[in-house]
Design a protein around this ligand. Sequence first.
Ligand SMILES: [Zn+2]
Length: 328
Amino acid sequence: MSFRSPQVLSRRGFCICCAVAVGFSSNGGWLKPTQAFAEARNTVDAIRDAAATAPVRLHKLRGNVTVIEGSGGNIAVLTGADGKLFIDAGITVTRPRILEAVNSLSRDPIKHLINTHWHFDHTDGNQWLNEEGAAILAHENTHKHLLSAQRVEDWDFNFPTSPLAAVPTAVFSSEKTININHSTLNLKHYGPAHTDGDISITFAEADILHCGDTYWNAIYPFIDYSTGGNIDGMIKAAEANIAAAGSKTIVIPGHNLPGHASPVSNKAELMVFRDMLVAIRENVAKLKRQGHSLDEVVAAKPTAEFDARWGQFLITPAFFTKLVYEGV
Ligand SMILES: [Zn+2]
């Protein structure tokens, strides 16, 4: 989620930025689990509302690849004579601003869309992009989740079946290579990680890696157990991202802390993210093995040494502790 405005009010009157800040200033920086989980339930509304007001920002990377920030998950666009290719579709409400932004890059029609996974902040715009002319490609599990109603337990949110125009028409299971606009794109399924349908996309010539939501830069990541994600899979995906990146690779995270000059990242930061996941997983697993309840584990602050860097936005330390606890 890329919130550009300092205060974001949801339809339910929830201000996610303020709530996080308040949570940190009281009770030694911690919300009670019940408070934190109540916040999490408003995440979907908060993301939609943020996209409604957030500026859409373009960041040109290399080799005709540009990142669009401000419409849910980070979108990558490849321009060229074969037509524009989008990686992820963002939130529908930003359609006019995204069109204006990508028209400023080139006049190539929109022809291709790849979804990194099924979550609404990456696929909500599928329908309008399809109407513009994009054929949609995704992992077979992403296709499955978009074809039927989904419940995400940890967001306490039910998503309806997607309209047919929003459903991918081409799927793959393990790996796929495509050549578009003189670029070689390698698509690879991570296995269960953030969901069960996450894929990485590598632009070989430009040396750019889009990680989808297996990588959140400077934010604790969400893990969707309802559709097949788990903490150990997130750690495996982080390892795969590190292995796929070289010292010069531009790494696109699914989400990043807003307010930075650029949303992109690199291999060194991927390693810091992996180390954070591994350390917190071990801290939480040890406490759970000792027989502690979720509330007791949250109270023990197993993320404390990482909260200053990772726990300041969207996914609170208590909420992330719960997500790890579920999987160990
Ligand atoms: Zn996601």
